[in-house]
Design a protein around this ligand. Structure first.
Ligand SMILES: NC(=O)c1ccc[n+]([C@@H]2O[C@H](COP(=O)([O-])OP(=O)(O)OC[C@H]3O[C@@H](n4cnc5c(N)ncnc54)[C@H](O)[C@@H]3O)[C@@H](O)[C@H]2O)c1
Length: 358
């Protein structure tokens, strides 16, 4: 049984409580930390968590957890991740993991020094329907992928941005690209493999009184020629997360909002196509009907800790979305296409998503 602690007890807490509950006797939730004392005391009392703290360093020294879930605002992640790894704990940190490629590379260095791993929450990679599609793509069953739409069309009003850490580059790290569309974009990039080559983006703040963008649109070229259209919006009253992949042999679509199960995915062929037997086979999703959730990801992290292996969404699998988002922003601000791998330590965008000194 692994000792688990939470740092941060805000809005996303319930997803992590559910994940720990579903992990059963593989974990014991021993402590929670929040800088707001009344909040953490109330959470611990309500959920029967034995120890509360207002300081993460004190918690780490006292409780010595095996795994820490970090649920604090993005600008705090790096410092807390480093503290946890140095204290000998593995980390399961909310998205966005960190504010820049520079921060990501510091986390990687710390992982190598400590022998502990830092995973980032991307629950959408863990649903049965997503894994099924990944297998079909890897087997080449659907033919060549030609066209992709990856649209996160969400609505966030002034009240959402009234939370002090939201709306600023330094504290939120970005707008809907980093905070909302990051889930679907990460899913798309993972499904397609390490194949994106070039991104051209437009990034605007059209409506909200915030420093970060409220809308970003990007065109992405992948190896082999696939073209993708990515929209990250906080301005769309009828909300939808919509992923559409047009392969040579079929169109695959996922339409949902915050989570998906098998029923949110469809496979279609054109009227003039005749491979209906194959279509029926693709529609049979293997691996049950698992929702992409924090619980599903936590289960796999615990398997990796058991096996002494790097968890799936860490290392290069976690860096991809940070590099892609940085490149999207750089393109949006410089009005130039940005190539994958081109943002290196001599580039101001390596240090901040908006390329500005902190
Ligand atoms: N995976 C998802 O689907 C999902 C959904 C929502 C939010 N999130 C992410 O979860 C994180 C938290 O978001 P939220 O909406 O719960 O925020 P929140 O503002 O509701 O809660 C954050 C909590 O962290 C506490 N805190 C701040 N600094 C701290 C520190 N140094 N030590 C201890 N506690 C500290 C605050 O007091 C607050 O209680 C963000 O990174 C966000 O992007 C992920």
């Amino acid at each position: 049984m692994y000792k688990v602690a939470f740092i941060g007890t805000g809005a996303i807490l319930s997803s992590h409580l559910d994940a720990v509950a579903q992990a059963g006797d593989r974990v014991e939730l021993v402590a929670a930390v929040d800088i707001v004392e009344e909040k953490v005391k109330a959470v611990c009392e309500k959920h029967g968590i034995p120890h509360w703290f207002t300081d993460s360093a004190e918690m780490l020294a006292t409780v010595k957890p095996d795994l820490v879930h970090i649920l604090t605002p993005p600008f705090t992640h790096l410092e807390i991740i480093v503290q946890c790894l140095e204290a000998g704990a593995h980390v399961y940190c909310e998205k966005p993991l960190c504010a820049s490629l520079h921060e990501f590379d510091q986390i990687s260095t710390k992982e190598a020094e400590t022998g502990r791993y830092c995973s980032t929450v991307f629950q959408w990679r863990f649903g049965s329907a997503g894994k099924h599609l990944k297998r079909l793509i890897e087997n080449g069953d659907l033919g060549r992928l030609l066209v992709v739409h990856c649209n996160t069309l969400w609505y966030r009003d002034e009240n959402y941005y009234a939370v002090p850490w939201r709306g600023n580059w330094a504290t939120e790290t970005g707008g809907p690209t980093m905070i909302l569309g990051i889930h679907l974009t990460d899913l798309m990039l993972w499904l397609l493999g390490d194949q994106w080559q070039e991104v051209y983006a437009m990034v605007e703040t059209l409506e909200r009184d915030i420093a970060v963008e409220d809308i970003a649109m990007a065109l992405v070229r992948f190896e082999g020629g696939t073209l993708a259209h990515v929209v990250n919006s906080a301005l769309s009253p009828r909300q939808e997360s919509y992923l559409r992949l047009d392969f040579q042999k079929a169109t695959v679509e996922c339409s949902t909002l915050y989570r998906y199960t098998n029923k949110h995915w469809t496979y279609s062929i054109a009227d003039q196509m005749t491979h209906t037997d194959e279509l029926e086979r693709w529609r049979q999703i293997e691996g049950g009907d698992v929702m992409g959730s924090h619980a599903a990801q936590l289960g796999e992290i615990l398997d990796s800790i058991d096996a002494g292996e790097r968890p799936f969404v860490s290392g290069d699998e976690a860096r991809r979305i940070i590099e892609f988002s940085t490149s999207l922003y750089k393109s949006g601000f410089t009005h130039q296409a940005v190539q994958r791998g081109s943002i290196t330590p001599d580039d101001p965008y390596y240090y901040a998503m908006n390329g500005q000194p902190k």
